[in-house]
Design a protein around this ligand. Structure first.
Ligand SMILES: [Zn+2]
Length: 198
């Protein structure tokens, strides 16, 4: 399952999977009538066998956190209905207010809400198999704010346990290998990982 909150629809990977029933997709983006690439309309729900596996939610310009919250409720319903086996989150920061390329008005609370919700769903449905990618963002302060909020939430949930190994937490190479969400450091599961390369 791929879910994207990047302000642009699809980021190049929606249509290659449009007829693939094995990829559940949720894409919350600025309405294509107002922003490149002009796609991602609500009626685009997948083709053929994949009909109903894709959820596109276009947001009007100036949509903010309250609008996102309503959209996210639909996203959660879609996720629970399809019971994904693996979750990929594309956490673009270009939906935040002030991004020079787009027109939404999110705050970093959107990133916190989405990742918290997905981690919980990952626990419930995927045995915690989940990856997070950064995605777009064209205002440096917004990128810092959004991804810091996201990582803070993940760090809070992946806090060391009483049985944790201090050596593991201080081993930078271990983090680079994205394997530090080990059973000692995860309140959830060792398979969670983070990548902020867009
Ligand atoms: Zn984008």
């Amino acid at each position: 399952m791929r879910t994207s909150i990047d302000v642009h629809h699809g980021d190049g990977v929606f249509y290659p999977y449009e007829s693939d029933p094995d990829l559940i997709a949720i894409d919350i983006h600025e309405d294509g009538n107002y922003l490149y690439p002009g796609t991602g309309h609500a009626h685009e729900a997948g083709k053929g066998e994949a009909e109903g596996t894709k959820l596109n939610i276009p947001m009007k310009p100036r949509a903010g956190d309250r609008d996102f919250a309503a959209a996210w409720e639909r996203a959660e319903d879609h996720l629970r209905h399809h019971k994904p086996e693996f979750i990929i989150m594309q956490a673009g920061a270009d939906g935040l207010a002030g991004d020079p390329l787009a027109d939404l008005r999110y705050t970093p609370a959107v990133h916190t809400r989405a990742v918290k919700s997905l981690l919980k769903l990952a626990e419930e449905t995927t045995s915690c198999r989940m990856m997070v990618f950064g995605g777009g963002g064209y205002d440096l302060n917004n990128i810092e704010a959004a991804w810091t909020a996201l990582l803070q939430e993940m760090a809070r949930l992946l806090r060391p346990t009483a049985a944790g190994s201090p050596a593991c937490a201080s081993d930078e190479a271990h983090w680079r290998n994205r394997s530090c969400a080990c059973r000692h450091h995860s309140g959830l599961d060792p398979r969670l990982s983070v990548c902020l390369r867009g």
